[in-house]
Design a protein. Structure first.
Length: 347
C-alpha cells in the first residue's frame, strides 16, 4: 500500500510544525523519518495515522484519500516508544487483543497468535505477563500485536527509543529481517541517523517542519542535498577555503567553507607535492576505527577516521608529523562534490 503525502501543512496555534510536505512512500518499503528533536517527524507520522488532521493537504493511502477518515478506518498498525502492552494480559492475550475486538473465530485467533509468536521468536513465552519480559521482548510483542490485525501500513514512533544501545541494535536488524518477511509498507520515526541508515530502504531527512532530502542511505550520505543533511548525517570537517588543505586542491576562489568527511582524508607518513603537513594531536580508538585529531600549520584542526588496519600499518603516534590529502570534499553552500578529482591523487 503506497502512502502519498500531498502539500501537507500543520499548525499548532501560531507555530507551523509542517510546511508543505510532499512525499511518496512506495508499497512494501521501510522508510525512516529522521531529524532532530522538534523537526516534525512525529507530527508527520501522526498525520499519516489520522491522529492529527492537516490544515492543508491530503494523505492518500493506496489511492484512497484518507485525510478525513477516522483513525480506525485506516487499517494502520502502531508501535510507540513506550510499549503500551496491557499489563494484566499475557503475551498471547496481548497479541490476540485486536483480533478479539474484531470478533474473529477462536480457531483463527489461536492460529494467528502462534504464527506471530514464531515471527517474533518468542514461541516459549506466550503465557508470560509483560512484567516478566525484557524491554526488547516487550517491544517485539508490541510489534506482533500491531501486525495481528494485518494492517496495510505499519507506523512506528521511536520504537526502540527507550532501550539500551545493544538491545536497540539487535532490534534494528530484527526489524529489518521482519520487514523482509512481511513486506508491509512501514514508516518509522527516529532521531538516530545510524538507526535510520541500518534499517531503512529510504530516509526522509526533516528539519524545521520541512523535508530536506529523501533518498537511500547511500544517497543521503554520499550525495547530501543540503548543508543540513551533510552535517546531520555523519561526522564532517568544516574547512575554510583558504586553508591549505583545500586551497592546494582547487583553483576556484570559494566564498564558502568546504565539507570533508573524516574518512575522506588520506594520511601518509611521507611528503609529496600534493599533500599537506599536519601534526597528530590525539588518537582515539573507537572500536572498528580509529580517530586521529590533527592540526595543520595554519592551526586549523581536522578529524580523520582510519580503519584499524590502516592505522596499524601507518604506526601513527601522538605528536608525529604526517601528510594528508582530501579524497573528496563538498561545497559548503550547495553540497556539490568539489574535490572529487583529489581521489586521483590517492592512486
Ligand atoms: N499538540 C501540539 N501542540 C503544540 N505544539 C506541538 C504539538 N505537537 C507538536 N508540537 C510542536 O511541533 C514541533 C514538532 O514536533 P514533533 O513532535 O513532530 O517533532 P519530532 O521531530 O517528532 O521531535 P522529537 O524527536 O523530539 O519527538 C515541536 O516544536 C513541538 O513542540
Amino acid at each position: 500500500m503506497s502512502i502519498i503525502v500531498e502539500h501537507v501543512c500543520k499548525n499548532f496555534g501560531d507555530f507551523q510544525a509542517l510546511h508543505n510536505i510532499n512525499l511518496e512512500i512506495k508499497t512494501g518499503t521501510l522508510v525512516a523519518l529522521l531529524g532532530p528533536s522538534g523537526s516534525g517527524k512525529s507530527t508527520l507520522l501522526r498525520t499519516i495515522a489520522g491522529l492529527e488532521t492537516p490544515d492543508i493537504g491530503n494523505i492518500i493511502i493506496n489511492g484512497q484519500n484518507t485525510t478525513h477518515l477516522d483513525v480506525r478506518q485506516r487499517n494502520i498498525g502502531f508501535v510507540f516508544q513506550h510499549y503500551a502492552l496491557f499489563k494484566h494480559l499475557t503475551v498471547r492475550q496481548n497479541i490476540a487483543f485486536g483480533l478479539e475486538i474484531r470478533k474473529k473465530s477462536r480457531n483463527f485467533i489461536k492460529h494467528r497468535v502462534e504464527e506471530l509468536l514464531a515471527l517474533i521468536q518468542l514461541e516459549g513465552l506466550g503465557n508470560r505477563y509483560p512484567a516478566q519480559l525484557s524491554g526488547g521482548q516487550r517491544q517485539r510483542v508490541a510489534l506482533a500485536r500491531a501486525l495481528a490485525v494485518q494492517p496495510e501500513v505499519l507506523l512506528l514512533d521511536e520504537p526502540f527509543g527507550a532501550l539500551d544501545a545493544k538491545v536497540r541494535q539487535e532490534l534494528r536488524s530484527w526489524l529489518r529481517h521482519l520487514h523482509d518477511e512481511v513486506h508491509i509498507t512501514s514508516v518509522f520515526v527516529t532521531h538516530d541517523q545510524e538507526e535510520a541508515m541500518a534499517v531503512a530502504d529510504e530516509i526522509v531527512v526533516m528539519n524545521n517542519g520541512k523535508i530536506e532530502q529523501v533518498g537511500t542511505p547511500a544517497d543521503i550520505y554520499d550525495r547530501p542535498a543540503t548543508p543540513f543533511v551533510m552535517n546531520f548525517i555523519g561526522a564532517v570537517n568544516v574547512v575554510p577555503p583558504h586553508i591549505s588543505l583545500v586551497a592546494e586542491h582547487t583553483t576556484e576562489v570559494l566564498p564558502h567553507p568546504v565539507f570533508i568527511r573524516p574518512h575522506d582524508i588520506e594520511i601518509s607518513a611521507l611528503a609529496n607535492p600534493q599533500n599537506t603537513p599536519a601534526r597528530i594531536q590525539r588518537i582515539t580508538h573507537l572500536g572498528w576505527e580509529v580517530q586521529v585529531d590533527l592540526i595543520l600549520a595554519d592551526h586549523h584542526q581536522l578529524v580523520v577516521h582510519l580503519s584499524r588496519e590502516k592505522f596499524t600499518k601507518l604506526h601513527l603516534k601522538k605528536g608525529q608529523q604526517v601528510f594528508i590529502k582530501p579524497k573528496r570534499g563538498y561545497r559548503g553552500d550547495t553540497c556539490e562534490v568539489l574535490l572529487d578529482k583529489a581521489s586521483a591523487y590517492s592512486a
